[in-house]
Design a protein around this ligand. Structure first.
Ligand SMILES: NC(=O)c1ccc[n+]([C@@H]2O[C@H](COP(=O)([O-])OP(=O)(O)OC[C@H]3O[C@@H](n4cnc5c(N)ncnc54)[C@H](O)[C@@H]3O)[C@@H](O)[C@H]2O)c1
Length: 311
């Protein structure tokens, strides 16, 4: 006899699920028993998930994507149900893939259309992929400093580039809709560089052999599988209204021989203030808020994955 998943799975529309981050997050969400519709301009090769091809910069396509069946059938036996949540990852994840105005248009209009449609359709949980680049250093013109360490959600976000600016716009749009639509939770995840399991070794080889190169990531990262767990935490926790979370793993990406986080940051960024005592290996981007408010606990910390600490 099969038993229902506990807690019961939710019905989730996932946008951008065919991409680098989305495919891993979808795998994780399926493992928690959720039912998922992927909305993307390209299909996802996962037999358990139907992809509706849609361009979300078109408001009508976004609206329809959030108010349709979860897969095709002949006939449709059940009426369309309002999804429990939308997770919005679709967009352009970097400047210079497209001309700047296209990156801006796709990211802001796609986000606007999804947020507006979700609010107006009565979807109560909206989770948005924002970015660490909003802190302004990653795609700055030249080498600039973070205002302080650790970086928290209250650290100023004043980027120069179009990609991070489009993410700030998305967050502001989200905040304004959350004010207008009471009872809707909108959680923005400021994700760092996403590390997929298949290129974990290669990425960490670079982090560990050339730590000086990764100020641009603030020596932080986001394991793709833990990103799935972060999204699951967002799905489980209701009632927080509009929130921004640093969505990063717990530890700094420099090798142990470089000393503590404070020692490394003191050498690498001697002019940047450290505002509080940091844990020995604490990430320069704090995930304290996500751990505290959402109960996130990492499972794929890099030193555990690489066998440097006991499981
Ligand atoms: N990968 C990272 O390191 C990283 C870091 C921080 C934030 N993010 C954010 O996470 C999200 C996913 O990033 P990714 O690396 O998986 O990017 P990706 O390019 O691999 O995936 C994005 C997906 O969005 C789809 N898409 C693009 N425009 C669309 C449109 N108009 N309508 C529908 N679908 C569209 C693409 O087809 C693609 O499958 C993005 O919002 C990105 O900004 C990624």
């Amino acid at each position: 006899m099969s038993s229902a998943p506990f807690p019961p799975g939710k019905r989730i529309v996932f946008t951008g699920g065919s991409g680098v981050a989305g495919r891993h997050v979808i795998d994780k969400l399926l493992s928690y028993g959720h039912e998922i519709l992927n909305v993307d301009i390209t299909p996802l090769d996962n037999p358990n998930v139907y992809t509706l091809k849609a361009d979300l910069t078109d408001g009508a396509q976004a609206f329809n994507s959030l108010s349709c069946h979860f897969r095709v059938s002949e006939p449709f036996m059940e009426p369309v149900k309002t999804p429990d949540a939308v997770v919005h990852f679709a967009g352009i994840p970097q400047p210079m893939r497209l001309p700047d105005n296209e990156t801006f248009r796709i990211n802001t209009m796609g986000s606007y259309n999804i947020i507006e449609s979700a609010c107006k359709l009565g979807i109560k949980k909206i989770i948005l992929a924002s970015s660490l680049t909003t802190y302004g250093v990653t795609y700055a013109e030249g080498d600039i400093n973070y205002p302080h360490f650790p970086i928290t959600e209250d650290t100023p976000t004043e980027p120069m580039d179009v990609y991070a600016t489009s993410k700030i716009c998305m967050e502001r749009i989200a905040g304004s809709f959350a004010k207008r639509f009471k009872g809707v939770d909108i959680y923005c995840l400021r994700i760092s560089a996403v590390i997929e399991p298949e290129n974990h070794a290669e990425k960490f080889n670079a982090y560990l052999t050339r730590p000086g190169d990764f100020k641009v990531h603030a020596w932080s990262y986001t394991d793709a599988r833990d990103l799935g767990n972060m999204v699951q935490c967002c799905l489980e926790k209701d009632g927080l209204g509009f929130q921004v979370f640093n969505a990063v793993n717990d530890e700094i990406t420099v090798p142990e021989e470089e000393g503590s986080s404070e020692e490394w940051l003191g050498r690498a960024c001697p002019h940047t203030k450290i505002t509080r005592r940091m844990g020995v290996r604490e990430s320069p981007v704090s995930n304290e808020k996500m751990r505290g408010l959402l109960g996130f606990r990492e499972k794929f910390g890099w030193r555990r994955v690489m066998g440097r600490v006991e499981v």
